[in-house]
Design a binder for this molecule. Structure first.
Ligand code: ASP
Length: 439
């Protein structure tokens, strides 16, 4: 029903414009950083009065609709599935996929970091400089981490006391739980009693998608502004200083897509991975530029339906849960970062401790919010578990934006793989249903 978010009528495709915004913003930012420098008053003015507001307004337009969207699509997803036992099976498959791929991702990250050993390439002076540069920022994050607990309470917290408060606090898992309960209850009502509520939810969903179309008009400018802000402040020096660590994370992310996800796409979904990725590229570019699985959810839902032909009732159920639970890229990033920072602080981890890092990376990747930097407070939590000073996070903060952009892209790619695989295994989709178009 809804027009494709990835296209904008005649002329240049929207995702081409977004990519252009990304390239122009990055080029302008790096040039500024290298020529007049990040602290020049003109750069500060451009950042504070142009790049910051434009970037933030774009992000906020997307965030504004995430809560109603998640609630409406989860309840409709469950209600649409009709039979409560079927919900259990589809949900079970989705959660099984999330767990299995996240465990594989975290394990791969640990193998890659222990093979490349990036800590051996970092000079003590560089460590010192980064620590000084980000000390203030790091302590803020450390405090945030102190309030996040693991264990039984994490499970209890999934059930919100008050769904309105959960929405106000952007507690996505709480809203998902409420949406699941709401949808499940709808399936148990007689059809004529459930119908008015389903109509309201469908209308809510359509309105929200329309608001996203408004936001997407801003996307090329928002993306350019966000990138300019990062590139002009940090330039290349920071990336170069800890290039070994960055390369390790990026390589592991690429390997995960090239090995694990491609295997699922080719053998379990039955599509060529290149074709699959080319079909979902609008969602991947949105993930890369927003660093947020949640902000990408609307685009992901749109491409699943219009570019892959996955039925809405499956995509509308799997993708919202996936956007907060399925974070393959985040698990890779967390495992590598904990080991890397531990080594920088001379904390030697034994093999069983590495296994615990793996398990914690999986749990925190599931628990992290799909927002920019959502996993950082949880990451500091794991570091302190192993006696690594929480301030060690200062080392990674400088490059977190680029890593966040990259891991979020992998997170979203895995969400879309999950939705397509679940639809296929339910007999609700086959590769023949991919809408025809020039790839
Ligand atoms: N930004 C990530 C996402 O939204 C979460 C994280 O790893 O910080 O998927």
């Amino acid at each position: 029903m809804s027009a494709s978010i990835g296209s904008s009528g005649p002329g240049m495709k929207l995702h081409t414009k977004i990519l252009l915004g990304l390239a122009l913003g990055a080029a302008a930012g790096i040039t500024t950083n290298l020529t007049i420098g990040p602290t020049h008053p003109a750069v500060t003015v451009v950042n504070d009065y142009l790049a910051y507001p434009v970037g933030q307004i774009f992000l906020r337009m997307l965030f504004m609709v995430v809560m109603p969207l998640v609630f409406a699509s989860i309840s409709l997803g469950v209600a649409g599935l009709g039979d409560i036992r079927k919900v259990g099976r589809v949900g079970g498959k989705a959660v099984g996929y999330f767990m299995a791929t996240t465990v594989l991702a975290a394990t791969l990250g640990l193998i890659v970091v222990n093979t490349l050993r990036p800590w051996e390439r970092i000079s003590p002076e560089t460590r010192e400089e980064l620590m000084t540069r980000f000390a203030g920022d790091a302590s803020g994050r450390v405090e945030a981490a102190a309030t996040s607990e693991f264990g039984v309470q994490t499970l209890v917290n999934i059930v919100p006391r008050n769904p309105v408060q959960a929405a106000a606090n952007t507690d996505l898992l709480g809203i998902i739980f409420f949406g699941l309960a709401f949808g499940a209850a709808l399936t148990l009502l007689p059809a004529e009693r459930a119908r008015p509520m389903i109509d309201v939810l469908e209308a809510l969903n359509d309105v929200v998608i329309q608001i996203i179309h408004f936001a997407m008009i801003l996307a090329p400018f928002g993306v350019a502004a966000l990138i300019f802000g990062v590139a002009s402040r940090f330039g290349f020096d920071l990336l170069v200083a800890i290039a070994a660590y960055v390369v390790t994370v990026l390589l592991a992310l690429v390997l995960h897509v090239g090995l694990t996800l491609s295997t699922v796409i080719r053998f379990f979904i039955g599509m060529s991975p290149v074709r699959f990725i080319s079909r979902v590229k609008a969602a991947l570019i949105t993930a890369f530029s927003t660093s947020s699985s949640s902000a990408t959810l609307p685009t992901a839902l749109d491409v699943a339906e219009t570019q892959l032909g996955v039925p809405r009732r499956i995509a509308g159920f799997v993708l919202p849960i996936g956007s907060t639970m399925c974070m393959n890229g985040t698990a890779i990033f967390e495992g590598i970062t904990v080991i890397f920072v531990a080594k920088i602080f001379n904390v030697d981890l034994t093999v069983p401790q590495m296994a615990i890092v793996m398990v914690m990376s999986v749990i925190t990747a599931i628990g992290a919010a799909g927002v920019p930097g959502g996993s950082i407070p949880l990451l500091v939590g794991i570091m302190t578990m192993f006696g690594v000073p929480g301030e060690g996070i200062a080392i990674v903060l400088g490059v977190d934006r680029i890593l966040d952009m990259s891991r979020t892209t992998v997170n979203v790619c895995s969400d879309l793989t999950a939705a397509t695989w679940v639809a296929k295994s339910e007999g609700a989709w086959s590769p023949a249903q991919v809408p025809a178009q020039a790839d």
